[in-house]
Structure formats: C-alpha cells, structure tokens
Design a protein around this ligand. Structure first.
Ligand SMILES: C[S@@+](CC[C@H](N)C(=O)[O-])C[C@H]1O[C@@H](n2cnc3c(N)ncnc32)[C@H](O)[C@@H]1O
Length: 288
C-alpha cells in the first residue's frame, strides 16, 4: 500500500459516510464542472465523477495521482476526469468551476481560501474540510471569541455555514486535531470594494482587537503609514497638503464625526467595516 505523507497533509478520509455526506451537501448537478483539490487515492473523486459532468483534480503527489489514474482508467468515468499534477497554489487562476469540493491539506487552508476569494467567475458553492478551529474562524460573527480578520475577509465576499464536525478517527492516519466541513457561497453581486484597501483597514483594526478604534488609530506605526499614503494621495490629486496638517487629529476627526471612535472591531460586522472604509477613503485616507 501507499505510504501517506502527513507533511503535505495526507490524511485520507476512511469513513465513506463522511465522503458521501460532503458530496451530497455540494448538490452537484449532471451539468456541473467540479474542482477537487487533493484527491489523494480518489475516494471522493469517484463519487464526484458519478454526479458531475466533469471533474478537474489538482494533486501534488505523483504517487497519488498515479493511483487515482489507475482507479478510473478503462472505466466509464475516465473521460470525465482531468488530473492536474501539481500544486494548486502555483496556478495564477483557478480553472472555471461550478462547485468545489475538497478535503484540503491543512497547510494550504489560508492560501487556498485567499485564492478562492480572488476567484472572479461566479460559482455555486464550495464544500471544504478544514481543521475545526480554522472553520470556526471562517464562520465567526461579531462578538465571538474567534472573530478575526479572516472571518471578515471571507464574509465580505461569501456566505459561510458550518455543516458538520468530523472526528479525527475518520481519517487514516488520524490528524492531531478535529475537523469541520463548511459550505461557502459567493455573495452576488460581488461587493465592489478594493480588496487591498479593505484588508489594510481590517488588519489595523484587528492589530489590538480589544481596544477601541480610536486607540487602534493612535498607534504610531499606523499613523506613519496613513500619513505617507495621504501625502501620496495629495500628490496624485495635485493638491497641497493643508497647512498645519496633523494626521492624528485628522483621523480622529473622521472617527468621531462618524461615531466610530468608541467602537471595537470585534463587535463590528462587514457592513460596519464597509462604512468605515468609505468614511476614510472619501476623506483621502488610504490603507494601501
Ligand atoms: C487530506 S488529503 C485528502 C485526500 C482525499 N481527498 C480524501 O479525502 O481521502 C490531502 C491531499 O492533498 C494533496 N496535496 C497537498 N498539498 C497540495 C497542493 N498544494 N496542491 C494539490 N494537492 C495537494 C496531498 O497529496 C493529499 O493527497
């Protein structure tokens, strides 16, 4: 048998009920193009192929890719499968897909989510397995202990739901921590916000997340950056920087005027952050 390399997240789902449940939750139609990341030996791939029109599977381990190929070769599902041998993170853009289903290697959770967030073509949903705590951060709401920058970035572009917890003994070899499956559905229309600006703001607001916004924006490194960006902004607009301009007071005025100074980032939702970003940007304050 194959030896599993846990260094690249090889924990094979051995419980067929979990595989079936993930496939069922993804509600694949016979016309769907499916993207799978890390098919491994193909336990889930076979089920996806039975439901979908076509499956594209990225697999970085050539031994696994060979195993999967052997499994479908000569069978009725073979023509529906395209195996891409390589690292899914190394492609500039993900291929087109209607549904993405993956028992992801945990090492690539964050970078893969980021790839999904910048993926512009509209897809129906992604049903993904993560480490439990990572999944809880994705779905966390304002006030929750795990609410963080990741929650906001994901919830800006998508609606995320927790589907099920999956104990470690459903995998071979069992990982160290529990897992969870989430369902991600892109928001339509896609919010028309500059992601660099958005993420720049959220990053500052969560740098000391239990403080008030006015405290977050009193940090000298933050003020220095905003001052530099403001100078660039004025230069690009061909406007002189106002005489006696003090970034600290300017930022504080914006926060106060818009009733944000005493708010705390951990209680603010996506719409609050969008409004805050708009207040700053329309006053010439930029985060990227
Ligand atoms: C958690 S296993 C899942 C295997 C199978 N889908 C299952 O559920 O039983 C993760 C798989 O992803 C592959 N993998 C790891 N990093 C990858 C990457 N960057 N791109 C593509 N595949 C990767 C591993 O070789 C492994 O087969």
């Amino acid at each position: 048998g194959l030896r599993f390399n846990t260094g690249i997240g090889q924990h094979i789902l051995k419980n067929p009920l979990i595989v079936l449940s993930m496939v069922e939750k993804s509600a694949i139609k016979p016309t769907d193009e499916v993207l799978e990341v890390g098919p491994g030996t193909g336990n889930m791939t076979i089920k996806l192929l039975e439901k979908a029109k076509h499956v594209t599977a990225f697999e970085v381990d050539p031994r696994m890719a060979a195993e999967l190929e052997k499994r479908v070769l000569g069978g009725p599902l073979n023509h529906k499968l395209k195996i891409i041998r390589g690292d899914v993170l190394k492609v500039d853009e993900l291929p087109y897909f209607d549904v993405c289903v993956a028992n992801l290697p945990y090492q690539i959770s964050s970078p893969f989510i980021n790839k999904l967030l910048i993926h512009k073509p509209l897809y129906r949903c992604a049903v993904l397995m993560f480490q439990q705590e990572f999944a809880q951060r994705l779905v966390a709401k304002p006030g929750d202990k795990l609410y963080c920058r990741l929650s906001l970035n994901v919830q800006l572009y998508t609606k995320v739901d927790m589907l099920m917890k999956v104990g470690k003994n459903n995998f071979r070899p069992p990982p160290k921590v529990e897992s969870s499956v989430v369902r991600i559905e892109p928001r339509f229309p896609r919010p028309a916000v500059c992601f660099q600006e958005w993420d720049g703001l959220v990053r500052i607001c969560f740098s000391r997340k239990n403080k008030t916004l006015s405290a977050e924006f009193r940090q000298s490194n933050v003020l220095e950056m905003l001052n530099k960006n403001y100078a660039t902004f004025c230069h690009l607009q061909n406007k002189p920087i106002p005489e006696n301009f003090v970034i600290k007071d300017y930022v504080n005025d914006i926060l106060t005027k818009n009733e944000f100074s005493n708010k705390r980032s951990r209680t603010m939702d996506v719409d609050d952050f969008l409004r805050l970003l708009h207040c700053f940007n329309s006053a010439g304050i930029h985060f990227s």
